[in-house]
Ligand binder design. Sequence first.
Ligand SMILES: [Zn+2]
Length: 217
Amino acid sequence: MKAINKLINGFSRFRDEYYCREDSPFVELQNHQEPSTMVIACSDSRTDPSLILQCEPGEIFVVRNIANIVPPYEPDSMHHGVSSALEYAVKSLKVKNIIILGHSGCGGIKALMDNKLAPEDEFITRWLSILGSVRDKVIARFALDGKKASVEACAACEMEGIVHSMDNLMTFTWVAEQVEKGDLEIFGWYFDLKDGRILDYHEDSEAFEPLRPFCLS
Ligand SMILES: [Zn+2]
């Protein structure tokens, strides 16, 4: 079957079995959304936040880009897709949480680490350069100068990239204000495709530790 036909059939099933059912979330969501959480994830086809976090429509407001990067606050005349989504999430939707969701085996981070981008690349190098200082730190720590980056070095860059994006979030004054007031929390999560775990960044220990399921009882 052609890939596009599989997607068309998928939509048809979604409409019949999900959208049209009596208790469909879309009954409530036709005219408004009130997501509690913004997720900034990688565009990677394996890291769909709604699937990984088992969310229903209306629960998470999502931005996806190469390597799940938040750029720093730059109020210039350029076009800022991530910053505008962030502005809407924080100022209008008033989300309570922002999760930076990184992952293992990230192609963007691998390209950044190996300094190996396609010659026809017009946008990716500049986008990934937001993590240039992170890359340089990891290259120095693993003594990689000129050598191909190992899986471990890439994982370090993937995780430190998450922390860098968390820091960049705080350069937006209206994000920092909400965090300081206690109305907004920022999380750095790392999805490991090898074992299906999520590691959670802890600011006090400056380390990623396994995310523990929250006990509902
Ligand atoms: Zn990725």
